[in-house]
Structure formats: structure tokens, C-alpha cells
Design a binder for this molecule. Sequence first.
Ligand code: 13P
Length: 253
Amino acid sequence: MRKKIVAGNWKMNENLQEGIILAKEINTVLEADKPNCGVVICTPFIHLASVAQVLNKSLVSLGAENCADKEKGAYTGEISAAMVKSTGAEYVILGHSERRQYYNETPEILKEKVRLALDNGLKVIFCCGETLEEREAEKQNAIVKAELENSVFNLSSTDWENIILAYEPIWAIGTGKTATSDQAEEMLAYIRSIVAEKYGREAADDTTILYGGSCNPGNAAELFSKPDIDGGLIGGASLKTSDFKAIIDAWKK
Ligand code: 13P
């Protein structure tokens, strides 16, 4: 049975001290009231090692928001998958539209990053999603399929077990404009169908697929009630403990 997950993506928010406070708060509320889904917080690189020290790993897992496309060496300023892993992180977000858009991460670069992340024992939360223009032209399925085909459908079935997918329509990220639960379900069911074509029905049924994009305490329960939506990748609302907790609690409804 596939895992339900609520993952926070802090993006470029919180300095180190603020981040440790936030992580402690999240840990405390989840210790007091246990989640019935997997919870992951993905933080900036500089937070990882310190945040790893304050999390109860049986309740909250840690992830990075990126890693390098090179193994090691003379790449000033880069952080490798092995370095991420050595902090205690278990997950890494790759393929986020902000990385594709602002840092020119191509499908080929992402393929390398995914490979290195998996080789270093990280689980990958791989993002895909279309722009508003592409949706209006009804190209969303083709776009998402190409993103998966070009960066992760090359993986072996064994590697696939460490892939979590996140559908994040770009027009819904940070805009307050959520995909309706029907729109999200339609896309996640489509994604599951192409995973089934590639890896078989059983693997597709075991693949965790998240929705991301303006997910909040007010819409999470409705989104999570859909059969193919296995949880959320949460941006803004993951920076406020009460909102993040309320989204996690949407799995209790
Ligand atoms: P928001 O929840 O702020 O829309 O961000 C979604 C996202 O990009 C998570 O990766």
C-alpha cells in the first residue's frame, strides 16, 4: 500500500535560528498528537544538519530542496547528494518548477540529479506540472508526461521504489489559486496511468503521488479525499506550524 505523505517545502525562507525554532515547533505538535501520514520537512541546505538534531525521526523526516548534478569536486558553491545524505536527510526535492524556471534545470540535468540522489540513498520527490498557458492550450498531460519521460522513466523498477511524484501546476504555486480537487485528481490519475504503462499496475498503485500548489488548511481535506491524491507538497503553509499541522490533520478527517 502506498504511503500518504505531507511534505513541507520551505523554499528560501527562515534563517538558521528561525528554521530550528520552526522545526522544533512542528516536532513538538506532532509528538503531542501523532500524525497518521508520513511527514517530511524540506529545508534549505544550511538548516539540514541542525534540524536533523531536533526531529523525532519516527514522526518527521528531513529533506533537502535540491542537490548537485555532479558527484564531487571543483564545483564551487554546489552541494552534493552525498553531502545531503550525510546531514541525516532522507529526501530531496528535484525538478521543482522554480528550479527549472529560474535556474535553467533541464531534463538532462534533472536526470543526473535523480541518479546521484538515488545512488546516495536519498528518496526523491520529483515535481512536474504545466504553466497556465499550457493548460489553456490543453497541453498539460503531454507536458507532464514529457517531464517524467525525460528525467525519471529511465529508472529501473528497483529505483522507482524510491521515487515520490508531486504534481504542481505552476499557475497554482504561491498564487492562492488551487487546482480544484477534480482537476488535481484527473491529473494524478493520468500520472498513475502512465506510471502503470511504464512500471506495471502494482508499482503504479504503490507510487505516492502528491499535489502541490496553494494547498492550505481550508482545501487539504477535500484534495486528500480523492482516490489518487496521496498527500501534498506544501510551500507557504508549511512555514506556519498551525497551518502545516492542520494540513497533516486533514488525513484524520
Ligand atoms: P505554495 O504551497 O506556496 O503554493 O507552494 C507550493 C510549492 O511549490 C511546493 O513545492
